[in-house]
Structures are given as C-alpha cells and as structure tokens.
Design a protein around this ligand. Sequence first.
Ligand code: SF4
Length: 226
Amino acid sequence: MLETRVQISAAPSVLLVDDHSAFSTTFCNFHTTHNNHIPTFIREFMSLVNFYASWIFRCPRWIYLKLRYPEKEIIDENIKKMGDFGERIAKEFLSRKYRIFHGKRRFLEFDEFRIVGKADFKVLTPQNSFEIVEVKRVKRLRRFPMARWIAQLNLYMAMESISSGFILEVSDDRIRKGNWRFSKNLFKKSVQYYRDVKEMMDNGDPMMKRSECWNCSYKHLCEGMW
Ligand code: SF4
C-alpha cells in the first residue's frame, strides 16, 4: 500500500492518496466497435437494446424502468453536483502525473444487446502506456471499492482494448487510487448479467434487488407496478 500526500487547490484540505492492489488476467476476444465510425441514421435504425456499462449489477427492475421510462426518473440534483465536483478534483489530480483524454462513447455488440459507455478518462502514463480511469465521488471511503465499480471499469477496458486502469474514489478529504487489470472472468460475468436481465425483461418480470430500493430513482414508479 502506497500512501502519498498531495495538495489540491480546488479542495479545501490535504488529500490522502492510497495506491492499492491489482488482480491479473488476460484479454479475451469479442466484438468492439467505436461508434463514431457508424453514421447516425444507421445507429438509430438498429434496434438492439443498449445497456450502459454503468448499470452493471444494478437492480434488473431499475434497468427495465430506465429503458422503458427514461423521462420518469427522479434524479437527485445533489448527487449529480457531487459527481461533477469529484470529476473536477480527479482531473486536477491526474493532470499532475498523466496526459489526460476524456473518454469517448464506445460499444460492445452481442447477439441481442449492446453494452455502451464512456470512461471518465483515458490517461497516458509516464511509461507511455494508456490506462482507463473511472472516478467515484463518495461521502467516505469504504474498505473496498464496490464490485460494480470494478466491473464497470473492466467493461471500459474491454471497450478501449486497454488492459489496465484505476478507480479514483474522491471523498471530502481523501483520494484513493485502486489499480486493476482487465479480468476475462469478470467480463464474462458482466455479459451474462446483461443477458439474464434481457431475458427477464422479455418475460416481463425483472427481478428486484431490494438492497438498492432505499435510494432508487424509480421507487415512485416501481412500487405500484408489480
Ligand atoms: S425500488 Fe427497488 S426493486 Fe424497484 S427498481 Fe428501485 S431498486 Fe429495483
């Protein structure tokens, strides 16, 4: 575990940086498409379901409602503001060591659906290699990053064909940097998760994940629907 103290001018106090472990793995083969090569009218014409990488392992009912009723979602503006602030802090932190690029929208295509998404950042390291960065603004640092954040980062690595990346957790007074390598196993589990959700949606009965109900943006709709 590496700990570094850094001063970030946009933040009110000294930030602590933890650099913690990685897991190793290998790349696998799948179909990656950079969607800016595809004309818009063709993209709109294609009718595959688009699952966002940020939805990985989320409540299947929430995913169903998000796809079906995007206009009815109630988004907490404070959470959005917190996220934007975290990204600004992360950008300043990254710019001290890396050359930074904003992520571009990509997708991975499968037989019945696509996984789409955009990494927060892609950075060029001093060793001249690229890494993917996912930023998470948190109230306080938990013992480990959430499994779904790691799966999300893993999907972005697959989309960009880049084998390593890190999650930057930004709390009020600390930044923790967790390094991860692409996991083929986690990638397979992630694709299977979307496949299962797609099947549940086709059957009209997506499963509940009650652990997420407390701050769900579709609670008002979900409660009376099933
Ligand atoms: S209220 Fe609970 S079950 Fe319903 S969509 Fe939200 S998280 Fe899922």
